[in-house]
Design a protein. Structure first.
Length: 234
């Protein structure tokens, strides 16, 4: 099921990027494409070549000159994958886990109208009981997680106050895991959780003022739904 969801999101993101690229590329078509008379082929090709101005170039010429931006965002979301990292124990089964909303922060450098690169850090904690075959709680497990990820964003500029984007991020997990029995004794050797941290999301920025935005996004990885504020500092 997880592989199916992840594959579907990847295909959706690739489809959006392809569609956006198709819209952004202008193709000139005119009578001069095939030329006129004995010298028509050369003359026609020259006309076609000189009149072929990409739509995005004409659009950008009407916009103010782009200035690089630095922004800081802070928000919270619903965790998704951390609960899957609990260890398994012989003759014990894991009960329903409880998770605190992860805190997510990032700093991003937007170097063009459509792209930015940055660093994203998340923190969250999840706990779960373990029961024996008689239905009695025998263990309590907890996982505290920090993740550090390189954050890449692809914006889809619009003329309004809403700016859609695609976020991809990849990095490492830092775990602190603890398993104790009913007497408070810590359990011994357990498997290590995955060190790979990643996130794939679709989201949008909503402009509140010149330097302040509200954003929300949904995706797969470190969280399934995420919202917060973004501050532009440059």
């Amino acid at each position: 099921m997880k592989k199916y969801i992840l594959s579907s999101l990847l295909l959706l993101i690739l489809g959006i990027q392809f569609s956006y690229a198709q819209v952004s590329i202008g193709v000139g078509v005119g009578r001069g494409a095939y030329g006129y008379g004995r010298y028509g082929g050369y003359y026609g090709n020259s006309m076609n070549r000189n009149n072929r101005y990409p739509q995005n170039a004409r659009r950008d010429s009407l916009l103010p000159k782009f200035e690089p931006k630095i922004s800081i965002s802070l928000g919270a979301g619903f965790p998704n994958l951390d609960a899957n990292q609990f260890a398994g124990f012989f003759n014990y089964y894991k009960g329903t886990s409880s998770q605190s909303a992860p805190i997510i922060g990032s700093i991003d450098y937007q170097y063009s109208r459509t792209s930015s690169v940055g660093l994203m850090i998340t923190h969250g904690k999840v706990t779960a009981p373990y029961y024996d075959n008689s239905g009695n709680q025998a263990l309590t497990g907890s996982l505290e997680n920090w993740s550090v990820m390189v954050n890449l964003m692809n914006y889809m500029p619009t003329s309004g106050i809403i700016e859609p984007y695609i976020r991809t991020a990849i990095g490492v997990n830092i775990w602190n895991q603890n398993y104790t029995d009913a007497q408070g004794n810590k359990m011994g050797v357990v498997t290590e959780p995955s060190m790979l941290a990643y996130q794939i999301s679709l989201g949008a920025n909503f402009s509140l003022s010149k330097n302040l935005m509200f954003y929300t996004e949904a995706g797969y990885g470190k969280y399934i739904l995420h919202a917060g504020l973004k501050f532009q500092i440059k």
